[in-house]
Write a protein that binds this ligand. Structure first.
Ligand SMILES: Cc1cc2nc3c(=O)[nH]c(=O)nc-3n(C[C@H](O)[C@H](O)[C@H](O)COP(=O)(O)O)c2cc1C
Length: 257
C-alpha cells in the first residue's frame, strides 16, 4: 500500500501545494511532560572531533556541481555502507556477515543497485553491488540523468546527481528468522541505518549526499528485474559533487516554509 503513491508535482505554486495539507494545524514539534522536574544537561563542545564534525556537516543536497565523481569515492561509499567487513561466528546460525550498520539478527536483508551517471572510470549504467566480494555486476537497464529524476518521482534536482544508490530488501532473509509482521519493521529500520551511514560517509568524503522516499517503485523494480514482493525497493540515496552555492535550496525552503 505504500508503493507508487501520487506526488504533488514540483512545478505547482506553493499556494496550491499548501492546499494539499490538512486544515488542522501541524502537531507540536516537541514534547515536554507537564509537571515533571527537569535537569539541565551540560553543553558539550563537539566540533573538535572529526566524527562529530561529520555529523554536524551532514545536509541533504539538492544542487550539485557539474563534473564526475571518482570511482574510488563510489567504491568507498559502497564498501563502507554495504560491504562485508567481516563475519560473526554464531553458535546457531554459523557465520553471519558484519557491516558498519547494525541489522536485526545480523540478517542484512539490504541490497543496493548503483545507477552510475557521472563516474570517472565507470561506464554509465546500472549495477548490482555484490557485497560479498566487493564487485559490481552490470545490469541491462538503461540509465540517464532524466531517469534519475523520474525514478525519484520527478524531483528534477536529482538529475544533477553523479550516482543513485537504489536500496532494496530481500525480505526472506529477515522473515526466515522473525516470521511475523514485526520483521517488516526490522527491515525498514535496517534501511534507515544504512542510509545514515551512507550520508555520513559521503559527508566525510566532502561529497553532497541526499536521500528520498518519493519513488516510482514499480518502474524501478521493473527495470531492475525485481518482482517487488520477495525483493522490493525501499529507499534511494544519492550523491553528487558539492555545488558552489549548496545552501541556496535550503535558504529558499526556509523562506517558503
Ligand atoms: C525517509 C526520508 C525521506 C526523504 N524524502 C525526501 C524527498 O523525497 N525529497 C527530498 O528532497 N528530500 C527528502 N528527504 C530529506 C529531508 O527533506 C531532509 O532530511 C530534511 O529536510 C532535513 O534536512 P537535512 O537532511 O539537511 O537535515 C527525506 C529524508 C528522509 C529521512
Amino acid at each position: 500500500m505504500t508503493k507508487d503513491t501520487p506526488y504533488v508535482p514540483m512545478d505547482w505554486p506553493i499556494e496550491k501545494k499548501l492546499k494539499m495539507l490538512p486544515a488542522t494545524p501541524a502537531p507540536p514539534q516537541f514534547k515536554s511532560i507537564r509537571g515533571a522536574d527537569t535537569v539541565r544537561l551540560p553543553r558539550h563542545e563537539m566540533t573538535r572531533d572529526t566524527f562529530f564534525e561529520t555529523l554536524h556537516a551532514r545536509r541533504t543536497h539538492r544542487e550539485f556541481a557539474r563534473g564526475k565523481l571518482s570511482l574510488e569515492n563510489i567504491s568507498k561509499l559502497l564498501q563502507t555502507t554495504w560491504g562485508v567487513q567481516g563475519y560473526l561466528q554464531t553458535n546457531v546460525f554459523g557465520l553471519l556477515p558484519h557491516k558498519t550498520s547494525p541489522s536485526g539478527g545480523a540478517r542484512h536483508p539490504g541490497e543496493v543497485y548503483l545507477m552510475a551517471l557521472r563516474v570517472d572510470g565507470l561506464e554509465r549504467g546500472m549495477y548490482h553491488y555484490q557485497s560479498k566480494d566487493n564487485r559490481l555486476a552490470r545490469l541491462p537497464a538503461k540509465v540517464s540523468p532524466r531517469m534519475a529524476s523520474v525514478y525519484c518521482a520527478d524531483q528534477l534536482y536529482f538529475s544533477g546527481a553523479a550516482a543513485l544508490f537504489i536500496m532494496t530488501a530481500v525480505f526472506a532473509r529477515t522473515m526466515w528468522k522473525y516470521g511475523r509482521a514485526r520483521a517488516y519493521r526490522v527491515v525498514l529500520l535496517d534501511a534507515g541505518h544504512l542510509c545514515q551511514t551512507f550520508c555520513l560517509t559521503a559527508t566525510r568524503l566532502g561529497l553532497a549526499p541526499f536521500s528520498t522516499a518519493a519513488l516510482r517503485d514499480s518502474l524501478i523494480e521493473n527495470d531492475l528485474g525485481l518482482d517487488g514482493i520477495t525483493e522490493s525497493v525501499l529507499y534511494v540515496a544519492g550523491v553528487g559533487l558539492v555545488a558552489a552555492r549548496s545552501n541556496s535550496w535550503r535558504a529558499r525552503m526556509t523562506r517558503q516554509c
